[in-house]
Structures are given as structure tokens and as C-alpha cells.
Design a binder for this molecule. Structure first.
Ligand SMILES: C[S@@+](CC[C@H](N)C(=O)[O-])C[C@H]1O[C@@H](n2cnc3c(N)ncnc32)[C@H](O)[C@@H]1O
Length: 219
């Protein structure tokens, strides 16, 4: 569980223990959304996620963990699925809700800590992580994986799209395949079905950065 403290009125982390990424940058995630689009916020769904969706790989109820301004979640919801997007950045959630209203898409965006997803009090058939896992250090990853397990239905599917460590022009937080396999193992209730090479588009890569798209089943 993440450490909680009293929420002080001017606490930029809202009572959360800052993540390793926030400690490294000295800023809460919300700050990334306050002055125009964040580097990863490309204003459209990630092509890898659109491809998964077009192949019918999202089924049942869907959770987007670390949804940002919601493009991926909105795309999946626009196909008629029941989708919840969660994030700790209230500014991103406000932008996501405004897009949903504008596009008349039925979807839920909620403030929630990825380390405490069990507080949502519900389970999902498909879970998406588009760029969250790779921001966590190894201690955070193990807590996050347990939190994901608590909200993923048995035999449910998790998709992790993260920066990879192979190829030119790699993104920040590159992840090795072995790290994915170590984090999601049968020992903690997961089975890695596939890890494929893909791309993550960003605002600063012309043709995207090398990525892994992992398909992981909840045992
Ligand atoms: C690299 S961004 C990716 C955003 C989005 N998935 C996309 O593709 O545009 C990572 C997101 O995870 C969110 N995040 C970071 N730590 C989180 C946590 N502990 N709980 C929930 N969301 C978190 C950030 O606020 C940010 O929106």
C-alpha cells in the first residue's frame, strides 16, 4: 500500500506518497498537464491501441490505468464498451471529461491511485496500461502489479504498452522484456502470453519510440 499522510491544503500530491517519477522531476504528475499538452499526449489514440481495438481484443468491462487525457479510453468506449479511466492528475481527468462530453461518448473518468485500485470496488475483464508501468521503479512495479491483480477478473487480459530498450531513439524509462516477465509472473497471478515489438508515438519522436506491447493474462 502506498503511504498516506494528512492531505494539507497546499499538498500538490493530494496526500499521496510521491511516485519515483514525481520525486525525480520534483513535480506532481498534474503539472505535466497544466501548460499545454504533455510530451506523450498526442491528441489521438496510440496506433497500437487502435489496432488492438480493431482486432476486437478489448472485451467486457475495461479499465485504463493512468488514462491521462483519455484518448485511448475514449476510443475504446466509442466502440460501445464500458470503460473506466483512472489517473491521479485532476487536470488530465478534467480534459478527458470535457472531450467525452464534447464527443458525446459515455465513459467514466475517476481520480484513483494505481497502487490502490482495489478502492474502486469493482473488477474488469480487460485492463490497459498505456505508458504507466514504465514510469515506476521496481519496488513500485511490484505494488502496482498486485493492485492490478485485485481489479482484474480471473482469465481477464491486461495490455501493457511501454517503452522498450531495443532500437534507435529509445524513450525515457526503457523496459527490458525480462523486466516485464519478472513483474508479471505465475507466482503473482499473471501469465505473459506475448510481448511484441511496437511503437509509442510521442510529441517529440517523428516515427514513435520503440515499444513493447505485452499481452498478459490474469490466472
Ligand atoms: C506517460 S502518461 C500516459 C497517459 C496516457 N495513458 C496516454 O497514453 O496518454 C502516465 C499517466 O499515468 C498517470 N499516473 C502516474 N502515476 C499514477 C498513479 N500512481 N496512479 C494513477 N495514475 C498515475 C499520470 O498522471 C499520467 O497521466
Amino acid at each position: 500500500m502506498s503511504e498516506r499522510s494528512e492531505t494539507l491544503p497546499d499538498d500538490p500530491f493530494g496526500g499521496r506518497h510521491p511516485t519515483s517519477h514525481e520525486r525525480m522531476t520534483g513535480l506532481p504528475w498534474d503539472a505535466s498537464y497544466q501548460d499545454g499538452p504533455a510530451p506523450w499526449d498526442i491528441g489521438q489514440p496510440q496506433p497500437a491501441i487502435m489496432r488492438l481495438a480493431s482486432e476486437g481484443r478489448f472485451a467486457g468491462t475495461v479499465l485504463d490505468a493512468g488514462c491521462g487525457t483519455g484518448e485511448n479510453a475514449l476510443h475504446i468506449a466509442s466502440l460501445g464498451l464500458s470503460v473506466v479511466g483512472v489517473d491521479v492528475a485532476e487536470t488530465a481527468l478534467a480534459i478527458a471529461r470535457a472531450k467525452a462530453a464534447d464527443r458525446k461518448i459515455k465513459i467514466e473518468f475517476a481520480a484513483a491511485d494505481a497502487f490502490e485500485l482495489e478502492h474502486l470496488g469493482r473488477k474488469f475483464d480487460t485492463v490497459l496500461d498505456g505508458g504507466l508501468f514504465h514510469t515506476f521503479d521496481s519496488e513500485e512495479r511490484s505494488r502496482y502489479v498486485a493492485s492490478l491483480a485485485s481489479v482484474t477478473e480471473r482469465h481477464g487480459t491486461l495490455y501493457v504498452l511501454c517503452f522498450s530498450d531495443i532500437g534507435p531513439d529509445i524513450g525515457p524509462h526503457p523496459v527490458r522484456q525480462a523486466e516485464l516477465r519478472a513483474a508479471f509472473s505465475p507466482r503473482n497471478g499473471w501469465n505473459v502470453v506475448a510481448i511484441e515489438s511496437d511503437r509509442v508515438q510521442t510529441r517529440y519522436h517523428d516515427h514513435g519510440a520503440p515499444a513493447w506491447l505485452a499481452t498478459i493474462k490474469r490466472i
